[in-house]
Design a protein around this ligand. Structure first.
Ligand code: NAD
Length: 494
């Protein structure tokens, strides 16, 4: 990290945020008097920026821009769309510090984490472009004189609605697949953090994305989000956020009278299952702490449940508790800070409410130290029953619920009890147990580790699909890209 704490503070004081929507280009035309909302720095309580809470007129204008721009974007060869994506990724990396600062100020992500996130997220554009180039479609076995093959045609105009927890990452992950496949997009970023989303659209225009292909409409969920999802024109709706909002969007879209495809990435309650055969128990403490404390636990796939074999439980709980001390609350603008505040006051009330409820039910919460303001100290609650609110609900904060098991069947049952199905990790040296748990756990992704540090990351070319309360729709991989096209069977007889 090149800048010191003081330099980041100066950069924050000097930061200019353009709050106008991107509807074709930046425009102030649709600002309605009195309809606005502010983003608030959770570390200080200070207002960061005030945005127009875009109403129906702005939403319809954004849709009209996308619809008009769509045919010529769809008609471009993939190589031309890829060139735009690669140039866009370069511009994002060049501006990583500014984009990171926006996220840091609006939702409290520590600045070092935020810079890493922006640089990592720019790669989503490069990887999506190269994955699209590797797509092949089927051709049939036919008689001489007949040629039969599949064509992939874009869907049209996509509505994307995103959350605040990784503002740059969540926006790019949601809009890259539809755009590379030739669709136009209207994006509504979260009202908690939207400066970086608007700036990403500026950079896309600079990179050569034709005006109107990507429109970004800031606004609150109840106003802008409801207006957009109630419009019949969008050809597919893609959403990342909470289950309650996902259900509301389905209802709003249904009330428009038009049925169409949707994909919803909702919450998670991801277990780490540590089996009796696992050896590196003490060394696992820091790894498990990182899994529920990164971004203060505001991660859909955070490992917020620890299911541990009773023979290892006391040692592992001690190791995780010791590792929690490395996450001291700090100023998000300090490049040394690894642990920031909870993003909003409402979210802080929700997180602390779950801990108070567990304590009232007689469970003991161990924290790593005091926390003030909107900070919540890393917290571990042991002996959590499978049906306790702490085990069944996504909390979206730095709270780990520990439950103990004596058989692998019991571990599988505990892993299913929350009803979420996003990710799971299994720590075992027993191959048969690993295979059993991969099949038994209903989740989009199950990762097995035979030892700490074994292997690397999974392939980005592979798809996954959430289950249960975690939502639906294929994500990532070639199968994820195919969600944004319709296949046509073409047959030529000559
Ligand atoms: P949220 O559901 O409150 O809001 C998400 C988005 O929906 C925001 O842009 C919001 O303005 C909009 N919205 C709210 N009400 C709406 C309505 N009636 N109509 C249309 N849009 C509306 O979620 P959040 O608090 O921003 O984010 C946290 C949630 O996101 C957590 O549940 C988390 O697990 C989930 N999430 C999931 C994933 C995943 O990949 N599965 C990734 C990140 C976050």
């Amino acid at each position: 990290m090149s800048r010191s704490h003081q330099e980041w503070q100066h950069a924050a004081a000097a930061l200019q945020i353009d709050t106008r929507p991107v509807i074709g280009a930046r425009t102030a035309e649709f600002a309605e008097p009195g309809a606005s909302f502010a983003t608030v720095n959770p570390a200080t309580g200070a207002e960061v920026a005030r945005y127009p809470d875009c109403g129906r007129k702005a939403c319809e204008a954004a849709y009209a821009q996308s619809r008009a721009a769509y045919p010529s974007w769809a008609a471009l060869p993939l190589s031309a769309r890829s060139s735009v994506f690669n140039a866009w990724a370069d511009l994002i990396v060049a501006e990583a510090e500014t984009l990171a600062l926006m996220d840091c100020l609006e939702m409290g992500m520590p600045i070092s984490t935020a810079v890493e996130d922006v640089v990592y997220s720019a790669d989503i554009l490069r990887e999506t472009a190269s994955l699209a180039a590797s797509l092949t479609l089927d051709a049939g076995v036919t008689a001489p004189g007949t040629t039969s093959y599949n064509i992939a045609e874009p869907l049209g105009v996509i509505l994307a609605i995103t959350p605040w927890n990784f503002p740059v990452n969540q926006v790019l992950a949601k809009i890259a697949p539809p755009l590379i496949m030739g669709n136009a997009v209207v994006l509504k970023p979260s009202e908690v953090a939207c400066a970086s989303a608007l700036r990403l659209a500026d950079l896309a225009l600079q990179a050569g994305l034709p005006a109107g292909v990507l429109n970004v409409v800031p606004g609150t969920g109840r106003n802008t989000g409801a207006a957009l999802s109630g419009m019949p024109g969008f050809d597919r709706i893609v959403f990342t956020g909470s289950e309650a909002t996902g259900a509301a969007i389905q209802a709003q879209a249904g009330a428009s009278g038009r049925a169409r495809p949707m994909a919803m990435e909702l919450g998670g309650k991801s277990p780490n299952i540590v089996c009796a055969s696992f050896r590196d128990v003490e060394a696992l403490g820091p790894a498990l702490a990182q899994r529920f404390l990164w971004n203060s636990g505001q991660v859909c796939s955070a490992g917020t449940r620890l299911l541990v074999h009773e023979s290892l439980a006391d040692r592992l709980v001690a190791a995780v508790t010791a590792a929690m001390a490395d996450y001291a609350p700090g100023d998000p603008l300090d490049p040394e800070t690894t642990f920031g505040p909870i993003a909003t006051a409402a979210q802080h009330r929700r997180v602390t409410g779950f801990v108070a409820q567990a304590q009232a039910a007689g469970l003991q919460a161990v924290t790593s130290g005091p926390a003030a303001g909107l900070y919540v100290a890393p917290t571990l609650v042991d002996h959590v029953p499978a049906d306790a609110p702490l085990a069944c609900n996504e909390i979206f904060g730095p709270i780990l619920a520990v439950s103990r098991f004596s058989t692998t069947d019991e571990a599988a049952a505990l892993a299913q009890a929350s009803g979420y199905g996003l990710t799971a990790e299994v720590w075992t040296r027993d191959l048969a147990e690993a295979q059993f748990l991969i099949r038994a756990i209903p989740a989009a992704s199950v990762t097995v580790h035979s030892s700490l540090g074994a292997g690397g990351e999974g392939s980005p070319a592979l798809a996954l699909e959430p289950r249960g309360k975690s939502g639906f729709g294929v994500d990532f991989g070639r199968a994820g890209l195919l969600q944004f096209v319709q296949l046509k069977l073409a047959t030529i007889n000559t």
